[in-house]
Design a protein around this ligand. Structure first.
Ligand SMILES: Cc1ncc(C[n+]2csc(CCOP(=O)(O)OP(=O)(O)O)c2C)c(N)n1
Ligand SMILES: [Mg+2]
Length: 342
């Protein structure tokens, strides 16, 4: 079977538009706390989630919005939750990170690595109560260094639990590069537990769909867990307002905010030596220059642009679909806020 690119694109774009709308609300100060978007990882989520059936479960990390939407959680209740309303998905207590839907068997958490124990629990219940159903965990490369995820992979292997472990590897854990925090190779780690590992381009939704489809088939057939390793890029960095990215996007507005205090501290009497001050200045400037070349600014890494280029072969259908999705998002905003965002 081949993937239905139209329905995958529709899932991806719906999620992107919803997250962009949430980002605007956050920028306006209507959503409190940090906001982690899953923009850039839509191909991984769509490729996997479109294989799920009734009774399948998902354990999600701090970027769970795309997966929840694609699994069919009502967008209005999700957005009302982000805004802290008492009629949100979890009574306005969970924000965007700590959510649960009993109906959809979905749980998310901001505790990095907790997707491991959660997915193992879901999968044990599936094995005992719901034959041929499975559980999927989505987590980042940072979570691969959490003991509880490794313990869960071990147990899932020993008990042959029906789990798909999906590592969305963006190469970063907040501001730490993966190579500075992770030893060895993630695929080898999974294989060390006796779990088959497959690597796929996380920007290519067709490939993710194909590879996860055959992994899920094996898992449903009782062959135990699989580890799926997919690389992707988060355009916003770790969270909205992530400073180096904010600076390179809008240098005229942001540079003075750095330059003024930096100059003041440079000229201050007493304190660090001249050599230390020059080194500090150099280090700040080099992190801004590095950000200029940051792959997170390269639109070629956008999985949505990639699949859209293929669908351009039918521009009329593409426009209809995109217009419809935009209308859907405006309807959601109208229901939640009583108006559409300008
Ligand atoms: C147990 C735990 N340790 C530390 C944190 C702080 N923290 C939040 S997100 C994050 C980075 C996670 O990196 P990764 O798993 O690669 O996910 P990404 O943000 O890159 O998608 C950290 C360390 C946390 N939330 N939970
Ligand atoms: Mg990461």
């Amino acid at each position: 079977m081949s993937p239905d690119l139209w329905s995958l694109y529709s899932l991806m774009l719906k999620s992107r538009l919803f997250e962009e709308a949430s980002a605007k609300l956050w920028q306006e100060g209507l959503i409190s706390g940090e906001m982690h978007l899953g923009t850039g990882e839509e191909a991984i989520i769509a490729g996997v989630v479109s294989h799920l059936k009734d009774g399948d479960a998902m354990a999600l990390d701090h970027r769970g919005t795309a997966a929840m939407l694609m699994r069919g959680i009502e967008p209005v209740s999700l957005l009302r939750e982000f805004l802290g309303y008492t009629d949100g998905l979890c009574c306005g207590m969970g924000g965007h990170m700590h959510l649960f839907s009993k109906e959809h068997l979905v749980a998310s958490s901001g505790i990095v690595g907790s997707e491991g124990p959660t997915v193992a629990g879901f999968a044990l219940a599936a094995q005992m109560l719901r034959p041929e159903t499975i559980a999927v965990a989505f987590f980042g490369d940072g979570a691969m260094n959490q003991g509880m995820l490794m313990e869960s992979m071990n147990l899932a292997s020993v008990w042959k639990l029906p789990v798909l472990f999906v590592c969305k590897n963006d190469g970063w854990g907040i501001t730490t590069k993966s190579e500075d925090a992770s030893g060895g190779d993630f695929n080898d780690r999974a294989r060390g537990f006796g779990i088959p590992a497959v690597e796929v381009d996380g920007l290519d939704v067709s490939k993710v769909w194909e590879v996860s489809g055959s992994a899920i088939e094996n898992i449903r057939a009782g062959q135990g867990p699989t580890f799926l390793h997919a690389k992707c890029v988060h355009f916003e960095g770790h969270f909205l307002g992530f400073q180096p990215i904010r600076v390179v996007r809008n240098p005229l507005k942001e540079m003075p905010k750095i330059a003024v205090p930096l100059t003041k501290s440079f000229l201050r009497i007493g304190g660090a030596s001249l050599g230390e001050r020059i080194a500090g200045m150099k280090s700040v400037m080099s992190s801004v220059i590095t950000a200029l070349r940051d792959p997170r600014r390269d639109t070629n890494n956008d999985p949505i642009t990639r699949v859209r280029a293929i669908l351009q072969s039918d521009p009329i259908r593409l426009k209809e679909l995109e217009d419809q999705l935009e209308k859907d998002i405006n309807n959601i905003l109208r229901k939640v806020l009583g108006k559409v965002q300008p």
